[in-house]
Ligand binder design. Structure first.
Ligand SMILES: Nc1ncnc2c1ncn2[C@@H]1O[C@H](COP(=O)(O)OS(=O)(=O)O)[C@@H](OP(=O)(O)O)[C@H]1O
Ligand SMILES: Nc1ncnc2c1ncn2[C@@H]1O[C@H](COP(=O)(O)OP(=O)(O)O)[C@@H](O)[C@H]1O
Length: 202
């Protein structure tokens, strides 16, 4: 018997991912929302999940604030904290894909290399990247949680767009400029792209 890594011996299940997908009648996919704080990731992910669920798809939404309140509450907003945050969410997303689920992941995920790593972890045919795009000035004016104000006052450190970087995706699968599109228009654009991809093909 050979070990893959330090005496770890993964078991093989009797039920395959293909069988789980068939039971759920969907192509398990990760829909990855990336963008500045206040760009609209959570709003879009919540609405999209509701619409997909209403159509009978089995979904689960992973959202930055929720995950950082539990699984990842040990992590900070330093570069290293964010890198580990996204690595873990990539692995969680992979487990959920294995379960056959449509995963909506809404994280700032500011670094291109981390998003590429997630794509590699879950497989590029199972990954749809959504760039939720609004200029920093618009996100700051929205200031949904008052965090930009705190960051400008120096009360919150390492805030994305202020004193921590955001690397915009160069070739996202979908680009949603939320300062130009209404929520309904944004959801229509997302549905138009995603519905075909998550249908199970024979
Ligand atoms: N320093 C700093 N920078 C950015 N965001 C901050 C920070 N501190 C707290 N918050 C809150 O955490 C949410 C972002 O968490 P994420 O896990 O998505 O961030 S990351 O992907 O690890 O960069 C983010 O949620 P969104 O506004 O929905 O993006 C904030 O509510
Ligand atoms: N097209 C749009 N899509 C998503 N949110 C929008 C859009 N237009 C305006 N907004 C507003 O922008 C804000 C985005 O906040 P939120 O979803 O919490 O962003 P994030 O999760 O990226 O931090 C909300 O107040 C939302 O109503």
């Amino acid at each position: 018997m050979s070990s893959t890594n330090n005496n770890i011996y993964p078991i093989k299940t009797k039920v395959s991912q293909a069988q789980r997908q068939k039971l759920l009648n969907q192509h398990a996919t990760v829909i990855w929302f990336t963008g500045l704080s206040g760009s609209g990731k959570s709003t879009l992910a919540v609405q999209l999940e509701a619409q997909l669920h209403a159509l009978g798809f089995k979904t689960y939404l992973l959202d930055g604030d929720n995950i950082r309140a539990g699984l990842n509450k040990d992590l900070t907003f330093t570069d290293d904290g964010r890198i580990e945050n996204i690595r873990r969410i990539g692995e969680v997303s992979k487990l959920m894909l294995d379960a056959g689920v449509i995963v909506l992941s809404a994280f700032i995920s500011p670094f291109q290399s981390d998003r590429t790593q997630v794509k590699n972890i879950v497989g590029e045919h199972n990954y749809i990247e959504v760039f939720v795009d609004a200029p920093l000035s618009v996100c700051e004016a929205r200031d949904v949680k008052g965090l930009y104000k705190k960051a400008r006052a120096g009360e919150v450190k390492n805030f994305t767009g202020i004193d921590s970087p955001y690397e915009a995706p160069v070739r996202p699968d979908i680009h949603i400029p939320t300062h130009e599109l209404s929520l309904d228009e944004s959801i229509a654009k997302l549905m138009g792209y995603i519905l075909e991809k998550i249908k199970l093909k024979d």
